[in-house]
Structures are given as C-alpha cells and as structure tokens.
Design a binder for this molecule. Structure first.
Ligand code: ADP
Ligand code: MG
Length: 388
C-alpha cells in the first residue's frame, strides 16, 4: 500500500469517526483513469486501453442495520445526505449523492442484500476533467459493499453494476470503460478491455524504464454540449450498426470498412469510420506495447486525436490546441482522453522534455486567451481495493 490512497486512509478513517460518531468497518479506494486509446468504442462493444491514475476516491464505510444510507464527501457542502435504501428510485436523489446511492440501488435491483451504511468519501480525482471521478466514486462504493455485504459478484460484474447506476440512476448514458478501468486496472499495466465480453488483459506499460512520462493536461473546460451530444453520437452508432445488419459496430472489420461506408447515409459515415479505425488503433497500441516499444504509441495517440476531431466531432478548441502545442514542443504523441468537449489531454513525452511540453501548452493557452491548464502525471496504478 505505497499509494497515495493508502496513505490517505488513516485520515479518511478519522474524518469518518468525527462525522458519523463511530468507527468505520474499513476503507476502500477506487482510482480515476486516463484512456490511452479506444475512445467512444465501449458502447459499440469495442476495445479500449485505459490505465488507472494514482488519484483515487477513498471511502470509509460502515454498515447500518436501520436501512439508512448516510453520505458525506470531503469535497461536498459539509452536509450529510440521509436516504432510506428501500425508497431509492431513479430521479429522486439530486447532486453527487446520486452516484453512491445509485450503486446501492443497482445492487438491490439485482436482488442482492445491500442494506444501509454510513459513508465518508474523500477523492483526489479532479471532477469533470474527463478523468472519471464519477466512476471512481461509484466503484469505491461497489467494492466496499461487495466486501461488507458479502455479495460475491466479482470484478467485471461490479463494474457493470456501477455502470448501471450511472446510466439508470444518475442518468448518464456512459459505456462500461470507466468503471472497468477503475475496478480492474493493475499497477504498472494498461488494461486491454473487450467491452462486449468484459474480458481484460493486463498489458505491462513501463514508462519509467523507457525514459518516458505520460502527462495529463486538464483544460479545465467542459462545454455544455457534452451530455446531449454523447447520447446523439451513441444513437448514431446504433443506427449505423442496424443499417449494416450488425449487432454493433465492433462487428465491422477494418478491411470491410470502405464497402460498409458506401451503404450508409453521409451523416453516419464519419462516426463509423472513427469507431472502426479506433478499434484498429487499440490493437496497434497493444502490439507496440507487447513489442516493448511504448514510445511507438505516440503516433497512434495523435492519429486517434485527429479521428476524434475530424470524424467524431467531439474535440474542441482547447483540446485541439493542447494536442497541437504538445506535439509541436516535442511530445511523441498526444490526444484528448475521455468523452470530449473539454476535459483532459494526455501527452507521451521523453522524461527530459516534460517540463518543456507543459510550458509550451501553458504558453499557447495564454496566447489564445484560455485559462492555464492543470498538469498531472499519469502513472499506471492499482484498481479498486481495500486500503485500511
Ligand atoms: P468526470 O467523471 O469526468 O469527473 P462527471 O461529470 O462524470 O465527470 O462526474 C463528476 C461528478 O461526480 C461531480 O459533479 C459530482 O457529482 C461527482 N463527484 C465526483 N467526485 C466527487 C467527490 N469527491 N465528492 C462529491 N461528488 C463527487
Ligand atoms: Mg464521469
């Protein structure tokens, strides 16, 4: 437990005691993530290659026998939200509490014996930055409940429950990648995810050993378009798969792409091209890592960004500028990560050039009249686990 999350568990335990007036039964952590490649593929049953961040949501939890769920967040408004688990229903819980409450609801929807609890959350995952603070929050609750209530679901199923909570309870139509990353990632590896079968493979990703660093530049913007546009893109992909007579776009091979595109209405062509070529980029990225050539990920990242910008239409001025400035300053490759319309950019750099690339992006933002981005570093970290 050499992680920051492990180090924080004592404080979270003490804060729980102060807030809830009792000792917790344990402390759990679930990380945020960056996705190396494979964007907008998960809801097309496709492939992705995320890795967990060292930044995690940490939660101290203790069961209650009276059916109450009492929720507190160090990043919240200081109040405890009190809910009755038997009364939980989509649309009834406002604000941040809908994520943890949604997980308890989703477990109960499966007929599992998930009762009440006291919970105190403290998350180091920046919110709304495309780094999946929402999945971290859901997954930390899911793993805590799994253990405390002896649910026996196992890892991919916990991710499914967390995704269902976000879809059906919080009302966000996300795919399963964020939750799978938070639950299944391992230290030192990226996670090759098949979103259809939920099969995963740990792909060793040794940045330090190859003199590399992966920068995360949070543009600190989130354009309002995000929610409606996401649902529309998802619907477009499903329509295209239907027109092609396929269960999902995952079932269209890159070799069959041109023929398929000629049979689709013009507005669906760029969507399908992105999804199919993006699945190919995941396979190429995995092959380069397997060859021990992580630096060769660079061009795959930049190509993926161009596809999101030009075909899928989910980039924005800030993420485009960050990618452009990072690559111009010597990054091996860069791309937006997460759903888009703002959020964060990742840049793969030689270790000695990290400061120069960060400074160049910051300078470009100042020149364009944008606020300075926040810089983090992505180190492949552990998935959800007990930390205290
Ligand atoms: P992302 O997942 O990319 O960070 P989302 O909009 O999906 O962005 O999720 C952000 C939301 O998750 C916040 O608005 C808040 O409701 C919830 N959230 C995340 N972390 C915390 C936290 N530490 N405390 C309270 N709410 C949180
Ligand atoms: Mg989210």
């Amino acid at each position: 437990m050499n992680t920051r999350a492990g180090g924080r568990s004592e404080r979270v335990r003490r804060d729980f005691e102060r807030i809830h007036g009792r000792a917790p039964e344990g402390v759990w952590a679930a990380p945020g993530r960056v996705n190396l490649i494979g964007e907008h593929t998960d809801y097309n049953d496709g492939f992705a290659l995320p890795m967990a961040l060292p930044q995690a949501a940490v939660a101290a939890v203790g069961r209650r026998t009276d059916g109450l769920l009492r929720l507190h967040s160090a990043q919240g408004d200081g109040r405890v939200t009190e809910l009755r688990v038997a009364d939980l229903a989509p649309g009834t819980v406002p604000g941040w509490a809908r994520y943890p409450a949604g997980v308890v609801w989703a477990l109960r929807e499966r007929g599992l014996a998930a009762g009440g609890a006291d919970l105190h959350l403290d998350s180091a995952v920046p919110t709304g930055a495309g780094l999946s603070s929402s999945a971290a929050l859901e997954c930390v609750v899911a793993v805590a409940y799994e253990e405390l209530y002896g649910l026996g679901l196992g890892r991919p199923e916990l991710a499914r429950v967390a995704q269902y909570a976000e879809n059906a309870f919080a009302g966000v139509p996300c795919g399963v990648m964020d939750q799978m990353a938070s639950v299944c990632c391992a230290e030192g590896s990226a996670l090759h995810l098949d979103s259809r079968s939920l099969e995963v493979r740990q792909v060793p990703f040794d940045l330090g050993g190859h003199g590399l660093r992966l920068l995360v530049l949070d543009t600190r913007v989130k354009h309002d378009l995000a929610d409606g546009a996401y649902a529309a893109l998802r619907a477009g992909c499903e329509r295209a798969a239907g027109l092609l007579g396929l269960p999902a776009l995952r079932d269209l091979a890159e070799a069959e792409l041109d023929g398929a595109l000629s049979r689709l209405p013009a507005e669906l062509v760029p969507l399908v091209r992105h999804v199919v070529t993006e699945n190919g980029r995941v396979e190429r990225a995995v092959a380069r890592l397997a060859d021990g050539r992580p630096e060769a990920l660079g061009p795959v990242l930049t190509e993926g960004h161009a596809s999101l910008r030009d075909d899928y239409g989910v980039s924005c001025a800030e993420t485009d500028l960050a990618v452009e400035a990072a690559v111009a300053a010597g990054a091996l490759g860069a791309r937006m990560t997460g759903g888009g319309f703002g959020g964060s950019v990742i840049a793969l750099v030689r270790a000695g050039e990290a400061a120069r690339v960060t400074a160049a992006v910051t300078q470009a933002f100042t020149a364009a009249g944008f606020g300075a981005p926040a810089a983090l570093e992505a180190v492949p970290s552990a998935g959800a686990r007990r930390v205290g």
